[in-house]
Design a protein around this ligand. Structure first.
Ligand code: ZN
Ligand code: ZN
Ligand code: ZN
Length: 218
């Protein structure tokens, strides 16, 4: 069975590449839903069936929750469905299942069970920012958002981190255009200058004994 992508005619004029070019192609609306969906729960509609874990997501019904193998054959038979898999308790998706519907450029791929996969979301890192910074130093490549060390020269560790970047840069553009104050604040600090923050954050750790005393006057 062939899956054909229907490309909007407008994008055809942009270059010879097959939709791969350009760093900041807009990500599809269903991506955010996909990333916030909880997978691998037992399907309420098929509680007694052996393959009832909800590990499917339908691109044509993004508002429907994750569903199982049986639900797929009942309700999403001719839809574009992607299957979520697990690696060490983290959700991954095969590159071959999303590369035609999603711009995955910049996202680190991993080979798991001889298939190339992407992680859906950022994985929590042991011992917080300090450890991350230490780890980061060991690798020449780091996720631009969460600073996780990467194996190869990619920009993001996961689709989730790519989405964060896309959203903040989009918002930055929007606020700049509106001429208003930049309200990006929190996200900027968390995601932005990860390298310099690592060195400049010693006071964050020692809030144990001294409550609420600002070390520097402002
Ligand atoms: Zn089901
Ligand atoms: Zn569907
Ligand atoms: Zn990341």
């Amino acid at each position: 069975m062939m899956m054909r992508r229907v490309a909007p005619p407008a994008s055809a004029s942009e270059g010879a590449g097959d939709g791969v070019g350009g760093g900041s192609a807009p990500l599809p609306g269903w991506l955010e839903t996909l990333l916030s969906t909880r997978f691998f729960l037992a399907c309420g509609a098929h509680p007694a069936s052996p393959r009832n874990e909800c590990n499917m997501f339908c691109l044509d019904c993004p508002s429907s929750p994750a569903f199982c193998y049986y639900c797929r054959s009942h309700r999403h038979q001719s839809h574009r469905v992607i299957q979520i898999r697990r690696s060490s308790y983290h959700d991954v998706v095969r590159v071959t299942e999303v590369e035609d519907v999603l711009d995955i450029s910049g996202v680190q791929t991993y080979v798991i069970n001889s298939a190339k996969v992407l992680f859906l979301n950022e994985r929590p890192q042991p011992r917080g920012a300090g450890a991350a910074a230490g780890k980061a130093a060991a690798s020449p490549y780091n996720c631009e958002i969460c600073a996780r060390a990467l194996l190869d020269p990619f920009r993001f560790c996961s689709l989730g981190c790519k989405l964060v970047e896309t959203k903040t840069s989009g918002r930055r553009g929007a606020t700049a255009a509106a001429g208003g104050e930049v309200v990006v604040g929190g996200n900027e600090e968390a995601g932005g200058p990860s390298k310099s923050v690592a060195g400049a954050r010693p006071q964050g750790r020692r809030r144990k004994g001294i409550p609420q005393r600002a070390p520097f006057g402002s």
